[in-house]
Ligand binder design. Structure first.
Ligand code: HEC
Length: 109
């Protein structure tokens, strides 16, 4: 009986260690797929920038073809610009960089 208890306890510890490791592991991987960047854009940016950045939206300009380079776009996301709020506290650096990359990948039409 006590052996079984010890076994269950050990299993619990392993499971907990797994849970604790999971977020750190996700942060370590510096990769956000283009599809996830697009989803993130839809969730965080689309209400001001229309059609996934391809059109001006309610209050925000079209982002495709921006004259800013990737670093400039990243800075706008982190610092905000004019009526656009800063996303410093809502997005991680990895997310902001993925969004900058996403915006620079939009076709300039
Ligand atoms: C509350 C509305 C709003 C939200 C939400 C918003 N933006 Fe903006 N964004 C603006 C406005 C307004 C401007 C123009 C600011 C100015 O130049 O005066 C702008 C400008 C920009 C620019 C600069 C474009 C250029 O060429 O100068 C980028 C890049 C940008 N936004 C990206 C994003 C991203 C990425 C998100 C989501 C994380 C986002 N924005 C969310 C309103 C918003």
């Amino acid at each position: 009986m006590s052996n079984m208890y010890r076994g269950i306890k050990a299993l619990g510890l392993v499971a907990m260690a797994g849970l604790l490791n999971a977020p750190a592991f996700a942060q370590d991987s510096q990769e956000i797929s283009p599809e996830d960047a697009k989803k993130l854009f839809a969730a965080s940016c689309s209400w001001c920038h229309g059609n996934f950045g391809m059109k001006a939206g309610k209050g925000g300009p079209k982002l495709a073809g921006t004259s800013k380079d990737e670093e400039g776009v990243y800075n706008t996301i982190v610092k905000g610009q004019g009526a656009m709020p800063s996303f410093k506290n809502t997005l991680t650096e990895v997310q902001a960089r993925a969004l900058a990359k996403y915006i620079k990948s939009l076709p300039n039409e």
